[in-house]
Write a protein that binds this ligand. Structure first.
Ligand code: 13P
Length: 341
């Protein structure tokens, strides 16, 4: 499949991406929350549970894997990437090597992993990956982000995107502006716009073919400590205002990250985005926590809870599939347990 065809397939109507590419420390944190210790065996079992969910391909177009996972096999012995391809789901791979502090810029980081990247991409392609992801992180705070931090991360994202395309992989370009902090929605909008302008300037300089890319943006939200209360339609309007000013129409799709929103918040906002009239790009999801948190809760590390955990994943995937079309409603969610006085 060509880069353009793969990018289009990843944002097919009603479908989106499951991000299951947590690094070892992040996975250990997610598992610790449900009282499970992380080990290679546990990570493999959990990810097999996710990827073998029956009918997942009805709502999930692609899955982002971590380096360890793309080298692991299902209990049957079939490599995970092959299992996904057989199920009609496109395998992807996280290729940044995490965040490094940006010297002389306290509390700022640059995503690393450019050294040897082309060789790693070629190996991942041989293992079955058809798309890649690189996540840069931008933190809002007093005097942050610096223009240096934005420029360094935009440059690295463009170097990665060009290298991915050269190896036949669709780059998912992720410059995440974090929700952490006490900033307002308006500040998040200004920062997100500045970051996206820098990213598309660098992608052009590095001759990246935008029709064979996807953008993985944050939604425009107030900081978690801001106390600012916003409605879903307000979030959708602020997010679209920024994206329409900065993201070229030749990009086929935007796959939002969830970034710490609850599962239902992320779905409600994706639905509001898709109800906002016609846009030049598909508006889809590439959720990690917003798809997996309810699965981890249902599973709890117990083999007997596997079916319930898969049902939880299928439900969230279906809800986000509906939100992709602007057809979700809170009434479709199971009612929360009654409050005990
Ligand atoms: P969240 O949806 O949990 O933000 O994760 C998405 C992701 O892949 C971050 O890189």
């Amino acid at each position: 499949m060509s880069l353009h065809a793969t990018a289009a397939a990843l944002v097919a109507p009603g479908k989106g991406i499951l991000a299951a590419d947590e690094s070892h420390p992040t996975m250990a944190k997610r598992l610790a929350r449900i009282g499970v210790e992380s080990s290679e065996r546990v990570r493999r079992d959990y990810r097999e549970l996710l990827l073998a969910t029956p009918r997942l391909s009805e709502h999930v177009s692609g899955v982002i894997l971590f380096d360890e996972t793309i080298r692991q096999t299902r209990s049957s012995g079939m490599p995970f990437a092959q299992g996904l391809l057989r199920a009609g789901i496109i395998p992807g791979i996280k290729v940044d090597a995490g965040l490094a502090p940006l010297p002389r810029f306290p509390d700022e980081s640059v995503a690393q992993g450019l050294d040897g990247l082309s060789d790693r991409l070629a190996e991942y392609a041989a293992l079955g990956a058809r798309f890649a992801k690189w996540r840069a992180v931008i933190r809002i705070g007093a005097g942050r982000p610096s223009s240096t931090c934005i420029a360094a991360n935009a440059h690295a994202l463009a170097r990665y995107a060009a290298a991915a395309q050269e190896q036949g992989l669709v780059p998912v370009v992720e410059p995440e502006v974090l929700m952490d902090g006490d900033h307002s929605l308006e500040r998040c909008a200004l920062v997100t716009a500045a970051v996206l302008r820098a990213v598309y300037d660098q992608l052009a300089r590095h001759r990246v073919d935008l029709g064979g890319t996807l953008l993985k943006p944050n939604m425009v939200l107030p900081g978690t400590d801001s106390g600012q209360v916003v409605g879903d339609d307000e979030v959708a309007a602020a997010t679209l205002a920024v994206l329409r000013d900065t993201v070229p129409a030749s990009v086929p799709g935007l796959v939002f990250l969830s970034g710490g929103q609850s599962a239902e918040e992320a779905t409600a906002r994706l639905d509001a985005l898709n109800r906002s009239g016609h846009q030049p790009w598909q508006l889809s999801f590439s959720f990690g926590r917003a798809l997996q948190a309810p699965v981890l809760d249902a599973w709890g590390g117990h083999h007997d809870h596997r079916d319930a955990a898969q049902a939880a994943l299928l439900h969230r995937a279906r809800m986000n599939g509906l939100a992709r079309r602007g057809r979700w409603s809170a009434a479709l969610e199971p009612s929360p347990p009654p409050l005990v006085a």
